[in-house]
Design a protein around this ligand. Structure first.
Ligand code: ADP
Length: 396
């Protein structure tokens, strides 16, 4: 493929970007950065492939996604950072029942993806705002949507099903799973880091970032995961509640008189680590705090990870490997230590020194399941899928 691949991850208040050399089969990174503070004081920060700062500047006050994208494109042109952008790959959280693989975006695809906004209100509208803004600025530039749900497309039927009448499943109310770009990257990296035997075995990956989920892999395929219809299910997260008795939602609305917008605000923005601690959604702050509520939030977080780990281990019929990834998984040694301590019933034995060094292997030689820390790279995965959509899949 000729030309570079720009990868965009548009969120509510930031646009993260990475530029990959599409002429090189390994898709090396040429530079990366982010536009942050959308809607307020908007700043652009970027580094080149060597980590040298190439931008650290204010773009303007109160810019929305479209305006920020225009400023970013203008900056890229001016800097000649974009040698020749051939295509743009976007992270799109939800592909719904229809989009089971990355797809080139046209007006009809965009309209269909917009119908999924209520299923991922923290992400999908912003992901799509980035695509729309760029389509207006550069109508001839091909854009590809890469989905967090796609890696879970082969979930066994039972893992996709809620215990609801069939017509709801047929209407798309089913378990999709998320963080798929991260899990796919880990599944592909695991053989190199841990060896093919581990990669072929029964593994659970813990993606612990602002969003958090676990994924059970058998032979590198997702066979179950803790997130379901929306990215609200499963583990408690930075501000999301995770798994919740659906009766709580009915009670909040019918008995406490909360509107659905108020319930959504509570479950998406005021729960999880932030809600329990009353301090922060940032794990660094909680780990540094002496306050009992910070400890309680961490205890609940790790308790729930252990509980879901047990459930997925049962689904797998045993556990051979556990992998930590994403912000907390890669950098919060005390959280990994606590999860491994709770998982000692599985024969997990932590190598404390290796854990402090962040791995890659953090279990002792006699641990019944090996434990790993592997940095994820969702952006690279998006670049790979984008190239595949434009050129056809690589021969396997
Ligand atoms: P996102 O899901 O937005 O991509 P990340 O994967 O970057 O988020 O994860 C963000 C989380 O990682 C935050 O809770 C942050 O506090 C935590 N984190 C980042 N660095 C550290 C660290 N050194 N120690 C503990 N937690 C960390």
């Amino acid at each position: 493929m000729k030309g570079d691949i720009l990868v965009l991850n548009s969120g509510s208040s930031s646009i993260k970007f990475g530029l990959y050399d599409g002429d090189d089969g390994g898709l090396p990174l040429l530079g990366r950065g982010q536009v942050e503070g959308l809607g307020a004081a908007v700043r652009l920060c970027a580094v080149d492939r060597n980590g040298e700062v190439v931008a650290d500047q204010t773009l303007g006050e109160g810019l929305d996604h479209g305006q920020a994208m225009a400023a970013l494109v203008a900056w890229g042109r001016h800097r000649e950072v974009a040698r020749e952008i051939a295509t743009v790959g976007h992270r799109v959280v939800h592909g719904g029942a229809r989009f089971k693989a990355a797809v080139r975006v046209d007006t009809a695809v965009l309209a269909e993806l917009e119908r999924l906004n209520p299923l991922a209100p923290l992400h999908q509208p912003y992901n799509l705002a980035g695509i729309r803004a760029l389509a207006e600025l550069e109508p001839a530039l091909p854009q590809v949507a890469c989905f967090d749900t796609a890696f879970h497309r082969k979930l066994p039927p039972l893992a996709q099903r809620f215990a609801l009448p069939r017509e709801y499943f047929d209407a798309g109310i089913r378990r999709y799973g998320f963080h798929g770009l991260s899990y796919e990257y880990i599944a592909e990296t695991l053989p190199q880091v841990a060896g093919p035997a581990v990669a072929d075995s029964r593994a659970i990956v813990a993606h612990l970032g602002n969003g958090a989920s676990l994924c059970a892999l058998r032979g590198g395929q997702s066979i179950d995961t803790t997130m379901g219809f929306t990215a609200l299910d499963g583990l408690p997260m930075g501000t999301r509640c995770g798994n919740l008795d659906p009766g709580v939602v009915l009670y909040l609305q019918d008995t406490l008189g909360m509107s659905s917008a108020e319930v959504a605000e509570l479950l998406y923005h005021r729960s999880g680590l932030l809600g329990v601690s009353g301090i922060s959604n940032d794990m660094r702050q909680l780990l540094a705090s002496d306050l009992p509520s910070a400890r309680e939030a961490i205890e609940l977080y790790t308790y729930r990870i252990n509980r879901e780990l047990g459930a997925l281990t049962a689904t797998l019929g045993g556990l051979d490997a556990l992998v930590f990834t994403a912000g907390i998984g890669e950098r919060a040694a005390p959280i990994r230590a606590r999860v491994c301590e709770l998982a000692s019933w599985l024969g997990v034995r932590l190598d404390a020194a290796a854990n402090e060094q962040h791995g890659p292997r953090i279990s002792t030689a006699d641990s019944a399941a090996s434990v790993w820390v592997i940095p994820t790279n969702e952006e690279w995965m998006i670049a790979r899928h984008t190239r595949e959509v434009m050129t056809g899949p690589k021969p396997s």
